[in-house]
Design a protein around this ligand. Structure first.
Ligand code: NAP
Length: 450
């Protein structure tokens, strides 16, 4: 593995240089163990501790199949799906791997007693399988996490509709929190040259998801001038949603839970920010009863910030706790667009506010190939910036996931895999110099990046 790291760090990444390097037989990876899938049974969700379930193991390098690529992972990042998989909720991910394994010979490689997790990476292509022509060893890449088979016509118009749609590193094995990852080659995209490895690995999953959710016709189709309410606006999804809203000529109304997080939103350029903790919204009186007076108080606060307007779009993901309020505060004819249910997936809302005011609820999930590519293009052009906060070594992937589970983080939490330190991997110094102020402004919690 040292040869690979030396070659990448010293920039000797010509196709022949990399192809000449011997592949190691095994690599270090953050894994879950099938034998431990029941370890948290009976515990409250909040008490399940990813530090106990995520291991650092040496695992064999998988064989690269047709249409696939092996990537030397320089850096990765934690997503909320890392948390779900590590607490075995809503179901242990081994159920996905078993189902995938039943598809046939190539897919069977994924059904193992361990699961290498992680759905983001930035790194260098090591090997490509038969039939791959677009990518070659030595290419700097990031990977989006959409794995599809495309054998059915259902996914031909929108790859997210493929019946065999999976999230790589969550519903497949060989994910990005590792020194080597296996991807389908059509997951690969060019790594933005002005970013370090850990910066480039941060946006992938959340930026693509926020792009489909807000900008795409498949989501809310946001337009200039829209008011967009963003829950968790300094978090993983929210910090990209806030940037997409600002860069698309719309107005974000950011909701966060602390003054520090409010300051992060203001640093991104948002002016309307609601600190839900300081303002003490309690949408639920008790476990079973919501409080419409609180929805009204929240709506009035939004109008105060917008000069009397309601929101055209609500960017939803907290789910049960906020959904009733989200439906209520959306303007007549507006859209609640949801991709998750962090606080509970059985939502309750007053349907009179939906049908009488002709509102829409749109469900959305990750992003198709094209949307992922367009989202990455915005990063590469310096229109959207990584919102990276703390960066951990691979051995601390469990701690990194714990921080996200306990909502102790900001933006994205990074993980160094093969990169020996932060700050490496910039290929376009001139572009970095042009964007350095913005890059530093968006890197929460950290000393300025060089
Ligand atoms: P994150 O980094 O933890 O950010 C979420 C933020 O939401 C939190 O920081 C918190 O911000 C806010 N929040 C959490 N619980 C809340 C509640 N009960 N009420 C109001 N606000 C709350 O996570 P993320 O990466 O943005 O992901 C958020 C959710 O989306 C997760 O469930 C994840 O699995 C899902 N997701 C789905 C997809 C998809 O493709 N379907 C893709 C990405 C993520 P404050 O404390 O500052 O308010």
């Amino acid at each position: 593995m040292k040869d690979i790291v030396d070659a990448v760090v010293s920039g000797r990444t010509g196709a022949r240089d990399i192809a000449a390097l011997r592949l190691p037989g095994s690599y270090r990876a953050a894994t879950l163990h099938k034998s431990e899938a029941g370890m948290f049974e009976g515990m409250a969700t909040a008490d399940k501790d990813p530090r106990k379930s995520i291991h650092l193991d040496e695992v064999p390098v998988p064989e690269v199949g047709p249409g696939e690529a092996l990537v030397a992972v320089m850096a990765s990042s934690i997503n909320y799906n890392t948390v779900w998989s590590a607490i075995f909720e809503p179901v242990p991910t081994f159920a996905f791997l078993e189902r995938y394994g039943r598809r046939g010979e190539l897919a069977r490689r994924h059904d193992l007693p361990y699961h290498v997790i992680g759905s983001d990476l930035a790194g260098v292509v090591l090997r490509t399988g038969p039939g791959v022509t677009r990518w070659q060893p030595g290419d700097d890449v990031v990977a989006h996490c959409l794995s599809v088979e495309l054998e059915s016509a259902d996914g031909h118009g929108d790859t997210m509709l493929d019946p065999e749609q999976r999230i790589w590193g969550y519903e497949t094995n060989f994910g990005g929190l590792a020194e080597i990852a296996l991807v389908k080659s059509n997951q690969l995209m060019p790594k933005p040259g002005h970013l370090t490895w850990e910066e480039a690995a941060a946006p992938g999953l959340v930026n693509s998801t926020a792009y489909r959710q807000l900008v795409s016709r498949n989501g809310a189709a946001m337009k200039q001038g829209d008011n967009v309410l963003i829950w968790g606006a300094s978090g993983g999804l929210g910090s990209y949603a806030t940037q997409l809203v600002l860069s698309g000529g719309a107005t974000p109304i950011c909701v966060v839970s602390s003054e520090h997080k409010a300051a992060i939103c203001r640093a991104m350029g948002a002016e309307a920010v609601i600190d839900r903790s300081a303002e003490g919204y309690r949408f639920w009186r008790d476990e079973h009863t919501q409080d419409p007076k609180e929805w009204k108080r929240f709506g009035a606060r939004i109008r105060e910030l917008t000069g009397g307007e309601d929101v055209d779009i609500v960017f939803e993901h907290p789910g049960r706790e906020t959904f009733g309020a989200s439906v209520y505060v959306t303007r007549k004819g507006g859209t609640v667009v949801t991709c998750a249910s962090t606080s509970g997936y059985t939502h309750e809302y007053d349907n009179r506010y939906l049908w009488m005011s002709l509102k829409r609820i749109v469900g959305t999930h990750f992003a198709n190939y094209r949307e992922s590519w367009e989202a990455n293009r915005l990063i590469a052009k310096g229109r959207i910036h990584p919102t990276l906060s703390r960066v951990h070594p691979l051995a601390q992937a469990g701690q990194a996931a714990y921080d996200v589970h306990r909502n102790l983080h900001h933006g994205k939490v990074g993980v160094l895999c093969l990169a020996p330190r932060e700050g490496l991997g910039v290929r376009d110094e001139e572009m970095r110099a042009r964007h350095l102020d913005a890059i530093n402004r968006f890197r929460t919690d950290r000393s300025p990046a060089g």
